[in-house]
Design a protein around this ligand. Structure first.
Ligand code: HEC
Ligand code: HEC
Length: 211
């Protein structure tokens, strides 16, 4: 019945309005409030979303989250015209208005417990393990990363995300900014990965590494 529509609309608006004016509970840290800008894609628990291609970010190191959010803000990442997902993340990074707030939201996300994502990629684990020898120099034998090398852990992001990022580096859709020597390093490495099948092998092996 068309007459019911305005009533439903009014109800929806009342509910939404209620949410918008609801103040965070006393003692809720600013980082958690800032993270409300992120839950739509990365989830309340930071577990990510395959549907919107958002990585699991819970428990990533604070320094890496800070670096990446800042890179999205400056356009060192996510500004390439072919980076469909990066172009979605970039405006979101700009909801965080100051370096101090980037730190706080990163601290909150880093504090969320990481979970092992379900395997989705089919690859040859043995081939991936052999190829991973090159990667271990920076990401560690156990894939837990190395802050000195600015290399993030690889064990908690989803396997499909690993494949996607490797193909982005290889295509120059990520790591395109020469001033970003950190990403440029990884872009250089990705050039040595033959094709997407080899990326799937690597991701399948990385998936077997515990958190
Ligand atoms: C509209 C959906 C969306 C929202 C909202 C969003 N993100 Fe993202 N985010 C993404 C997508 C998609 C990617 C993957 C980009 C890519 O493929 O390179 C991403 C990537 C990231 C990464 C990189 C992780 C890694 O391992 O490389 C970080 C960190 C991140 N987001 C943090 C945040 C934070 C903090 C917020 C809130 C301020 C936020 N995101 C809000 C969609 C979103
Ligand atoms: C010389 C050091 C080095 C080596 C070797 C290296 N990486 Fe990296 N890798 C990095 C750095 C540094 C970054 C972070 C880049 C940035 O800041 O955008 C990175 C980022 C990544 C990412 C993105 C992770 C995320 O959460 O967004 C993936 C996936 C990755 N590397 C996989 C690999 C694989 C697989 C290999 C081996 C074939 C490898 N790396 C070898 C340094 C290295």
């Amino acid at each position: 019945m068309p007459a019911a529509r305005p009533i439903i609309l009014a109800l929806v608006l009342a509910v939404l309005g209620g949410c918008a004016t609801e103040l965070p509970a006393a003692g809720v840290a600013r980082g958690e409030v800032l993270y409300l800008n992120c839950t739509q894609c990365h989830g309340d628990d930071g577990g990510g979303s395959t549907l919107v291609h958002a990585p699991a970010i819970a428990g990533l190191p604070q320094w890496y989250i800070e670096d990446q959010v800042t890179n999205f803000q400056t356009g060192w990442r996510g500004a390439h015209e072919d980076d469909v997902e990066g172009l979605k993340m970039r405006p979101m990074s700009r909801t965080i208005k100051s370096a101090a707030d980037v730190k706080l939201v990163a601290e909150y996300v880093a504090g969320l417990p990481a979970k092992k994502a379900e395997p989705t990629v089919h690859g040859d684990v043995a081939k991936g393990q052999a190829a991973y020898a090159v990667c271990s120099a920076c990401h560690g034998v156990d894939g837990t990363g190395n802050e000195t090398m600015k290399a993030p852990p690889l064990t908690q992001v989803q396997d499909w995300y690993v494949v996607k990022q490797l193909s982005k580096f290889k295509a120059g859709v990520r790591g395109y900014e020469p001033l970003d020597t950190t990403a440029a390093t990884m872009k250089g490495i990705s050039g040595g990965i033959a094709d997407e099948a080899a990326m799937r092998d690597l991701a399948a092996y990385i998936q077997t590494l515990p958190l």
